[in-house]
Design a protein around this ligand. Structure first.
Ligand code: SGN
Ligand code: CA
Length: 540
């Protein structure tokens, strides 16, 4: 794959502001940009109004696209938390950075972009969710949640101590980030990873947002999908019907006879105790309004006495409303950070990214969670602004990936992109005028967390180009799926056995092998004709 070497001075075309406080300059005399990488957890594109106005308004997140670029086709390499974070840091796929699923521990000794920026004179900061198990390396300062973290009064760990900070986590993480920026060494450029817990399961909103979204929200067209022709989809355990009344939907046992779902857990689980423990974390001041609100929800639920499809719809509405309320808080806090950059005169020379570790199902195919290579979780939101280098209201259609962040940041910082990075700098896409630069024509995907992970999503890998998607599910199944995304954007019709598409399948299988070879996915042990025997990239 071609890497783009850019005329470094082209950034000058956008002019330089006088009031920048980063004095460190690249060799060419251009001030190195600051980098503020804001990532939330499980934020679906459909829940950002720059992409879709169907569910929510996110004016602050949208500002990033208005003042910069909206990436319309952004994908992850492996749609789950820790693997996605490792891919972003290293610019490499899971099979090369060694972190395939949430059970793995990140090898922190390897090359990651913050380390390279640190060597180039940057101050490097990490605040918020980390989830990589090993201690962060390459940061001048870090303060992180433990594992998934808590929504209220989170424990925050730094090099020297662990503290419990009172407040709502999205606010707390932002407060921490802003206070670090305020006390930074102003003679150096900075890179900060500001990583929210929200809107991850179990979607606990901030008290001040309880009363939002009182009206019911639209039901997705594929909520009642029958999974015909898609075996792996039929065998997953991440259906909204299987959510817990307690820990997901926030009813105390006073309001129901018995739990109605599996929650997608592997092995024994006790959602009622988890919910009780979560409530016990709260202060009296938080708990009183919490109980008042969710008791009213519980009472209404009890008197409605729902079952079947009505119960299903009720679960969907409960879920989506809490999820969106969590996003309102993320959006407000993105606004605080953007305002801070402006007030400090930093906005001009700071690259600001908003993204998520992956997409999420908001009822599509009847599901929540992520993991599948279907569009809703394979895609991720990506908005990038950099007034000096990216024009406002830019819309990019090329297939970009989360492994492209690292090379992009290095490129803008004037740091050489290591050959081992598999992503591409997105800078040529931003600087293109008229003719489009050469770019990848397809994206490769590989998911591994089965059978040991939550939600029973089978292992699979596949390839997607602008028109088609080919997926192979393996391990205890051996099934292939083909989608024509132009005809069937919701991926309801698996065309793998349709003779009309025989040539397309053959061509995509060849491209898939080509991709695996190009990405060093141990092609010599990948046998595409067999499922159970497949061991490429599998350590188990
Ligand atoms: C938790 C969730 C799962 C979720 C995983 C991974 N269960 O285990 O639903 O898939 O995290 O999420 S919960 O009941 O504990 O919330 S990830 O974003 O970290 O990959
Ligand atoms: Ca996640």
């Amino acid at each position: 794959m071609k890497r783009f070497l850019l005329p470094l001075l082209s950034v000058l075309a956008f002019g330089c502001s006088q009031n920048e406080s980063s004095t460190q300059e690249s060799k060419e005399g251009v001030p190195k940009p600051n980098i503020l990488f804001i990532m939330s957890d499980d934020h679906a594109m459909k829940a950002i109004s720059a992409y879709s106005k169907e569910l929510i308004r996110t004016p602050n997140i949208d500002r990033i696209a208005q003042e910069g670029a909206l990436m319309r086709n952004a994908f992850v390499t492996n749609s789950i938390c820790a693997p996605s974070r490792a891919a972003i840091l290293t610019g490499k796929y899971s099979h090369l950075n060694g972190l395939r699923d949430n059970r793995d521990e990140f090898d922190g000794s390897q090359m990651i972009f913050p380390k390279l920026l640190k060597t180039a004179g940057y101050q490097t900061y990490l605040i918020g969710k980390w989830h990589l198990k090993s201690k962060p390396q390459g940061f001048d300062f870090w303060k992180i949640l433990i594992d998934q973290g808590e929504y209220y009064n989170p424990r925050l760990v730094s090099e020297n101590d662990t503290t419990v900070v009172n407040g709502y986590t999205t606010d707390v993480i932002t407060d921490e980030g802003l206070s670090v920026l305020q006390s930074r060494d102003k003679s150096k450029p900075f890179v900060m990873l500001l990583q929210h817990k929200a809107p991850h399961r179990n979607w606990q909103p901030n008290i001040k947002h309880f009363r939002l979204f009182e009206e019911d929200l639209p039901i997705p067209a594929t909520l009642y999908d029958d999974y015909k022709g898609r075996q792996a989809l039929a065998e997953q355990d991440q259906q909204i019907t299987n959510m817990w009344l307690s820990n997901d939907l926030k009813l105390t046992p006073d309001y129901y006879e018995e739990e109605t779902g599996t929650g997608g857990a592997v092995g024994p689980s006790d959602p009622e105790s988890s919910y009780a423990a979560m409530l016990n974390r709260m202060t009296e001041e938080q708990r009183v309004p919490w109980d008042a609100y969710y008791d009213s929800v519980g009472l209404a639920f009890k008197s409605a006495n729902l079952s079947g499809k009505e119960l299903w719809n009720w679960k969907y509405q409960r879920y989506i409303k809490d999820y969106l309320k969590c996003i309102v808080s993320v959006d407000e806090n993105v606004g605080r950070v953007l305002d801070y950059l402006e007030a400090e005169g930093l906005a001009e020379n700071t690259i600001v990214v908003y993204t998520s570790d992956q997409g999420f199902y908001l009822g599509e195919h009847g599901m929540y969670d992520k993991r599948f290579m279907y569009e809703e979780s394979f895609r991720t939101p990506m908005l990038i602004k950099y007034p000096k280098g990216i024009r406002s209201e830019t819309s990019i259609e090329e297939l970009v990936m989360n492994i492209d962040f690292a090379p992009t940041f290095l490129d803008y910082a004037g740091v050489e992109i290591p050959k081992e990075m598999q992503g591409l700098s997105m800078r040529p896409l931003f600087e293109a005028r008229g003719e489009r630069p050469e770019w990848r024509e397809s994206v490769y995907y590989h998911y591994y967390e089965y059978p040991h992970g939550w939600h029973k999503v089978k292992r699979h890998y596949g390839i997607r180009n602008y028109r088609y998607k080919l997926i192979h599910f393996y391990h205890d199944v051996d099934t292939w799926e083909l989608y024509d995304l132009q005809q069937d954007p919701q991926e309801m019709n698996n065309l793998i056995d349709d003779p009309k598409y025989g040539d397309v399948v053959e061509e995509l299988k060849a491209k898939l092998i080509e991709k695996q070879i190009e990405l060093n996915e141990q092609p010599e042990i990948i046998d595409l004709t067999r499922g159970e025997e497949f061991i490429g990239g599998d350590r188990l």
